[in-house]
Design a protein around this ligand. Structure first.
Ligand SMILES: [Zn+2]
Length: 384
């Protein structure tokens, strides 16, 4: 019948089409039935497989709120937990939902640096020791943050809480946005090591994991820009609305100092949710545009000594009041009275996501004036 109709042979009567009884009606019933079976009854075979795929070695400790994650490969675990949370959603499984929340808290509270990324050499270091984070050229991997955004979104939808969207914003604008070269390539590792740099993929030479997920990343900038339920969008405003009402939003952007989660004397500077960093130069950017080498995703150029890196000299751990806008460009700051960098250039703080093809400072060693004097006189004595 459909072949006849396609040829233009149409014989329509009151209850039939080409002598077939109410075909549109029948098709409607068939599809409505299939749709309802899918929506109401689900199809359990995929759910069963999902449960079998769940890695109990990772899941069970999370259910009993035990953090056994140290030493594990970071980005292998995050997608497993995305799976646990999807399973929790599909089955209303509160235990698995709580396990996913526990994992998210553990990663964000114990292993996450200011840009929203985690891991060193792709692994979770001991959470009370970030020394590898500030010395390695293999800092946070972009894929981990891509997956943490997906997990944050799922957990937020399950139980809306500011912490998930605060993290989402931080990770999106500081790690994800910074991970794309304005003219092309994608970044794999973002070292926190003072005065190190990042390398970028090239379209015909590299297709790392962080290129694959990296391609998806940059469609996310408006994805979670606002959130809503059935009654309205989520903002902190309750009132009886009338036509013509206007809301003016001012964001209380403050300059803040955040230390590494292990409490060590390494500080990162933020203005509002935006991580500020300083360019220290553009020398020795070996392999900045990666070739197809096995280790080309790692910034393998010289490690500049941490000893002669810029320092922040402050007795007060909160030195945010000494960070001053340049007045020349928005989101640009100077810290003239704080930085000790005798052999270096004058440093300006700008959003980290603006920095490309350069060596940079995100985390700064903070020492007191007395400690600095001790070090300087110690060096003089050595010279003598
Ligand atoms: Zn990756």
């Amino acid at each position: 019948m459909w072949a006849d109709i396609a040829r233009g042979e149409i014989n329509a009567a009151n209850f039939s089409l080409n002598d077939k009884w109410v075909p549109w009606y029948n098709i409607h019933k068939l599809y409505a039935g299939l749709r309802d079976a899918y929506l109401i009854a689900g199809n359990d075979k995929y759910l069963e497989l999902a449960e079998r795929f769940s890695h109990r070695l990772i899941l069970d400790p999370l259910i009993s709120k035990e953090n056994r994650l140290t030493g594990m490969h970071a980005n292998t675990q995050i997608p497993k937990v995305i799976g646990f949370q999807r399973y929790a959603e599909a089955t209303n499984n509160d235990k698995w939902n709580k396990a996913s929340e526990f994992f998210w808290d553990a990663i964000v509270d114990n292993w996450t640096v200011s840009i929203g990324g985690n891991s060193v050499y792709e692994h979770l270091h001991p959470p009370d020791d970030f020394s590898s984070m500030v010395s390695s050229n293999q800092g946070p991997e972009t894929c981990n943050t891509y997956n943490m955004l997906r997990l944050s979104k799922l957990l937020y939808l399950a139980d809306p809480g500011n912490k998930y969207m605060d993290y989402y914003e931080r990770a999106l604008y500081n790690h994800i946005l910074s991970s794309k070269h304005p003219e092309g390539g994608y970044v794999y590792f973002t070292p926190m090591r003072p005065r190190h740099y990042r390398v970028y993929s090239q379209p015909h030479d590299c297709f790392w994991c962080c290129v694959g997920s990296g391609l998806e990343n940059h469609g996310k900038y408006t994805e979670m820009i606002y959130l809503h339920d059935n009654n309205g969008i989520y903002v902190p405003v309750t009132r009886r609305w009338k036509n013509g009402d206007v809301i003016t939003v001012s964001l209380p952007m403050k300059t803040r100092i955040e230390y590494l989660p292990d409490g060590s004397d390494w500080a990162s500077i933020l203005h509002g949710p935006v991580v500020l960093a300083a360019v220290t130069g553009d020398d020795d950017l070996d392999g900045i545009f990666a070739d197809d080498g096995r280790w080309a995703h790692v910034a393998g150029g010289p490690h500049y000594p941490v000893d002669s890196a810029p320092l922040i000299v402050s007795t007060d751990r909160d030195f945010s009041n000494l960070i001053v806008p340049t007045g020349e460009k928005p989101m640009t700051f100077r810290i003239p009275d704080l930085i000790h960098y005798p052999e270096g250039n004058e440093l300006t703080l700008v959003p980290f996501y603006e920095i490309h093809e350069a060596r940079y400072m995100i985390y700064w060693p903070v020492i007191t004036r007395e400690e600095l004097d001790r070090r300087v006189s110690g060096r003089k004595a050595e010279d003598q």
